[in-house]
Design a protein around this ligand. Structure first.
Ligand code: MN
Length: 734
């Protein structure tokens, strides 16, 4: 372990550290002023260790000075806990320190309020993303890491269950962030301290073995170092050379994940050579490989190909005296600085450059975000230009996604613009369907409120909730929520259909009773069979539905039933068919009406087999609609609706136009899959076009085909619905 926590910290130590890189007296005074405020604000507060609270603030500032961050960040480090724990408010602080520092302090405070949990739902990757998204500014992360580092150094004063919880969280969230920022020194210390609490036995075992081995090998390694140094001197290469211990956690990981034995880990002890120029690195490598035998497959050139977190170095493993194995790392001073300090090394404060330029330079160097994301979406970006990639990345992390929390602290990621409806569906569709309200950050909010990163969202439910409706489709941004809402509405409509059937049946029965007829005399199976044939309907339910929706009157039905009952059925058949033939060459027949222009409505484009109804338009003939056409459902007065049926004598020889909308997830070759279905069913395609929905996830394809009848259309729709990624097909109803 690196730092000595026994040191008493004070402001002079911080200032001494700061003066190593800050020469400007105004900047030093800013730090002193921040200390003054922190000191007075925290007066009377103590850490669990018994130290005055301000000691913690001083340590955070000291760690930040070690990273050589700009003076305002050191000041913010000193003040990082005052808004949260003290009397002073953000506006008051802003009066003294200005907006920049207060924003930093507030961001650190806000980040601290994000509850990290140990639920089974615990998703470390999401937690890390949340952390990054909430920081928005790398300087906030630096302060938070310094804060966590000092908290880990003083963890022994906490209760055991807290020690474990905080160590777990640090290992899952903070250490990986430090790693991705290339801050290997802080990362290693955090990891070792976590392991100390999480697996104390292994920690002690590895530490002891390392110490033993070091003791027994000190002589060997010293000898090696002296030999190599002498060699480099002979070639007049300016260098520093030293032995270095691997951190305990990384050995632990190799033992745990790679199943290696302690003895099998080669790079327990490494030799590091630091030189002035990049060319020297390769020169040194050549000399060493010339003198010692390298282990095959162990050479790595991270100078030519830096790690995503910008780490650069040459690595090789050689066999030294007495067959001892050593890892050798060769790099320049600058590379070493970055290897140890990572992003912070890029970030180092340069005096004389204005803050804006500094910030811009820093942002140009934010390559580590790339690493951050590539962990999760490795493959997709291979051919992107680096620049585009960074741009997309920033959008993805800062804009495209919001990370919100359940009351228990589980992180839910949503696309930007996502609402409580999306949130609820992400958790469970049953929860969403019972939702009757939402509380965001403790306040009741409308369902269409766009959620922001860090919002705590609580869904309110009731058992008899009305459930999703068409409005929800306007609010939902995720395709999964939209799909489930549509399903729900569809099922509900089917339910309504059933209710219509029951209602139609009731109407018919009361009409039978009104005529003082007997149900069982009228509704014989023979009669019903005749009636269905007569009306071209497939079930008695269809008759009831037509009655309920005024597609046909109960009187008319009973007339038919009674009539059929009394007349010779063969005779009737003949009469009907001759009647039809004589009436027209129209697509439909209307009893008692002839010589009137009849037209199929364009809004719902009925095709043979569809349940249909006519509207008498005075002086303009009759328009034929599907009974489920929205223009019919809303049509008043219902008395203008008349019963019509298909004239199959004509229609069997014709083709009709059907218009469909196909909803699918967007993907390549979807259109060609659709066209394939059309041609394999030998339909003629009149028109096809498609567009992507606003959220870019859904493809809506409109198509018009020529088709014979409803039966063929049902087959067609069923074939379309079998295409992967197609989830809904509707007939167009304008
Ligand atoms: Mn703190």
């Amino acid at each position: 372990m690196i730092a000595n926590t026994q040191d008493k910290m004070n402001i002079y130590k911080v200032i001494d550290k700061a003066r190593l890189y800050i020469k400007n007296e105004d900047s030093i005074n800013l730090i002193l002023k921040a200390y003054d405020v922190a000191y007075h604000q925290h007066l009377g507060q103590f850490r669990k260790s018994g130290d005055p609270y301000v000691i913690h603030a001083l340590w955070v500032a000291y760690i930040l000075c070690d990273l050589q961050v700009e003076p305002s960040v050191v000041a913010a480090g000193l003040l990082h806990d005052v808004i949260e724990d003290c009397e002073i408010t953000a506006p008051e602080l802003e009066l003294q320190f200005g907006e920049e520092i207060v924003t930093l302090v507030e961001s650190v405070t806000k980040l601290g309020k994000v509850k990290m949990t140990n639920d089974e739902d615990y998703l470390a990757e999401n937690q890390r993303r949340l952390f990054i998204a909430m920081s928005k500014d790398v300087r906030v992360i630096l302060i938070k890491l310094a804060d966590r580092l000092h908290n880990m150094r003083t963890l022994k004063y906490m209760k055991p269950e807290k020690q474990i919880k905080i160590s777990r969280e640090t290992l899952d969230i903070y250490a990986p962030i430090a790693h991705r920022m290339g801050m290997s020194k802080i990362k290693a210390e955090l990891e070792d301290r976590c392991l100390f609490y999480l697996d104390p036995d292994m920690y002690k075992e590895i530490a002891k073995r390392l110490a033993d081995q070091q003791a027994s090998r000190t002589e060997t390694i010293d000898h090696m170092i002296a030999d190599i140094s002498k060699l480099l001197d002979e070639y007049r290469i300016v260098h520093r050379i030293f032995g270095r211990l691997k951190n305990i956690y990384s050995i632990y990981k190799k033992i745990k994940t790679k199943g290696k034995r302690f003895e099998e880990i080669y790079d327990l002890q490494a030799i590091r050579i630091i030189c002035n120029q990049e060319m020297d690195c390769y020169g040194i490598l050549g000399l060493i490989h010339n003198r010692y035998r390298p282990l095959p497959g162990r050479f790595k050139d991270y100078i030519a190909m830096p790690k995503p977190n910008l780490y650069q170095s040459l690595h090789t493993t050689i066999i030294g005296e007495n067959e001892n194995i050593f890892e050798v790392q060769i790099r320049t001073e600058e590379m070493d600085l970055i290897a140890e300090g990572g992003i912070a090394a890029h970030w180092q404060y340069k005096e004389g450059i204005d803050a804006k330029t500094n910030q811009r330079e820093i942002e140009e160097k934010l390559h580590w975000f790339k690493d951050f994301i590539s962990m999760t979406s490795e493959a997709q970006n291979q051919d992107h230009e680096a620049k585009d990639y960074m741009k997309n990345l920033m959008v993805e992390i800062f804009e495209a996604n919001v990370y919100v929390l359940t009351p228990k602290g589980r992180v839910i990621s949503l696309p930007s613009g996502g609402t409580a409806i999306d949130f609820a569906y992400k958790i469970h569709s049953k929860l969403a369907e019972k939702m009757n309200g939402v509380v965001i950050n403790g306040k009741i909010a409308p369902l269409n409120r766009e959620l922001a990163t860090g919002d705590v969202v609580e869904i309110k439910t009731v058992n008899n909730a009305a459930g999703p409706n068409d409005d929800w489709l306007k609010f939902a941004k995720t395709s999964s929520a939209r799909q489930r809402i549509k399903q729900f509405i569809k099922l509900k409509n089917q339910d309504l259909h059933k209710q219509d059937i029951l209602r139609g049946k009731e109407i018919l029965i009361s009409e039978i009773e009104r005529r003082q007829l007997k149900d069982k005399d009228v509704m014989t199976s023979k009669n019903i069979e005749m009636l269905l044939k007569n009306l071209s309907l497939s079930s008695i339910d269809d008759v009831y539905f037509a009655i309920a929706n005024k597609g046909i009157s109960a009187q008319n039905i009973i007339d038919r039933l009674v009539q059929d009952n009394t007349k010779n059925q063969t005779e009737l058949k003949i009469r009907l068919s001759t009647e039809k033939k004589s009436i027209s060459k129209n697509d439909v027949v209307i009893e008692g009406i002839s010589g009137v222009p009849i037209e199929l409505a364009a809004c719902c484009s009925p095709i043979p087999g569809d349940e249909i109804v006519g509207i008498v338009l005075s002086g303009k003939g009759i328009k034929i609609h599907r009974t489920d056409c929205r223009n019919i459902i809303n049509y008043e007065p219902k008395s203008k609706l008349i019963y019509v049926e298909w004239n199959y004598v004509v229609s069997n020889h014709k083709k009709y136009t059907a218009e469909l909308q196909v909803f699918s997830y967007d993907r390549n070759f979807l259109l060609s899959d659709i066209v394939h279905v059309i041609s394999s069913q030998r339909l003629s395609l009149m028109h096809i076009d498609s567009k992507v929905s606003n959220d870019g996830e859904i493809l809506i394809t409109k198509l018009r085909v020529q088709i014979s009848n409803k039966e063929d259309l049902d087959v067609f729709i069923s074939n379309l619905s079998k295409i992967p990624d197609v989830y809904e097909i509707i007939r167009v109803n304008k």
